[in-house]
Design a protein around this ligand. Structure first.
Ligand code: OGA
Ligand code: MN
Length: 294
């Protein structure tokens, strides 16, 4: 069967099907998927129950594996999986028991509930994230995506002129601090130093301009903190209006992949006494394509 893509919203996101993702890809299929990603930025595959090896095998076609926040968060969470680069996005401990809503372990889940681009706090940042659904709670827990290319296009001329050439600083722990989570050692803080990115970038796959913002963006270089943060908040508010957002309702066996270079995403609240188990594999962007500012 041939690959097929069905758009899910006016600007971006498509349902993908036609092949069994448990079977090894080949270069031609991977290129077709990459081309669809360049267009849609979010692809949703239904009824593709991948095991750990199959998920990693699928992921490796789209770039080198990336390890993100795990570099600092590791230590208080033991890996449940065979692969270090398969991230456990679940609200359960290593024995599969739901973590308490009063424990620090739930912070990672909550941290993913603010709009962000995976690993925008490090260089190279993330290219594609691939998230698979294993246990889905009875309400909430959707994942929302926002299209930063359409959001950029829709900015008024004045705003486009104002933000041209600006540089933003991203820091992993900024997103945590905003939520009141500041309990990190100096060593943890130093483990992931901030990184600077252009606020407006060219998305390599489509050649379109895109906003690079989200929870890790903590300041705009050359502006006072309040002015920079206000601008970042204003851009985020603009870019996450309903017309730019697609909401994914999870089913077991879903595989959702997104391009972190031109979308933001966030999880939606759910009942923390219920289990929600998702696994994420991530590929690394090539630093030369969307250049970091030194
Ligand atoms: C992620 C993430 C959101 C969610 O896996 O990177 O942000 O809905 N997930 O779990
Ligand atoms: Mn994420």
């Amino acid at each position: 069967m041939a690959l097929a893509f069905q758009p899910l919203s006016p600007h971006f996101a498509a349902e993908a099907g036609g092949i069994d993702l448990r079977r090894p890809l080949n270069a031609a299929l991977a290129a077709e998927i990459e081309e669809a990603m360049n267009k849609y930025a979010v692809l949703v595959w239904r009824d593709q129950p991948l095991d750990q090896d199959q998920q990693m095998e699928f992921t490796r076609w789209f770039g080198p594996f990336q390890l993100g926040f795990g570099r600092i968060a590791a230590g208080h969470k033991k890996q449940r999986f065979k692969h270090e680069t398969l991230a456990d996005m679940s609200n359960v401990d290593e024995d599969g028991v739901v973590v308490s809503r009063h424990s620090r372990r739930i912070y990672t889940t909550i941290g993913n509930m603010v709009w962000h681009s995976d690993s925008s706090f490090q260089a190279p940042a993330a290219k594609f994230s691939i998230l698979t659904g294993h246990t889905i709670p009875s309400w909430g827990g959707e994942t929302e995506f926002a299209d930063m290319r359409a959001a950029y296009d829709a900015l008024p001329r004045r705003a486009k002129d104002d933000i041209a050439g600006l540089v933003t600083e991203h820091w992993a722990l900024h997103s945590r601090a905003v939520l009141g989570d500041t309990d990190y050692t100096e060593e943890q803080k130093r483990a992931i130093p901030p990184v600077r990115w252009p606020l407006v970038r060219i998305h390599p796959g489509s050649g379109r301009k895109t906003l690079f913002i989200g929870a890790h963006a903590r300041e705009i270089v050359g502006m006072t903190l309040p002015e920079g943060r206000l601008l970042l908040l204003e851009l985020l508010e603009h870019a996450t209006q309903p017309e730019f957002v697609h909401r994914h309702h999870w089913r077991v066996g879903d595989v959702v992949m997104w391009d972190n270079r031109c979308t933001l995403h966030r999880g939606k609240r759910f009942d923390f006494s219920e289990k929600r188990e998702l696994r994420r594999s991530t590929t690394e962007d090539s630093a030369s394509v969307m250049d970091a500012v030194a």
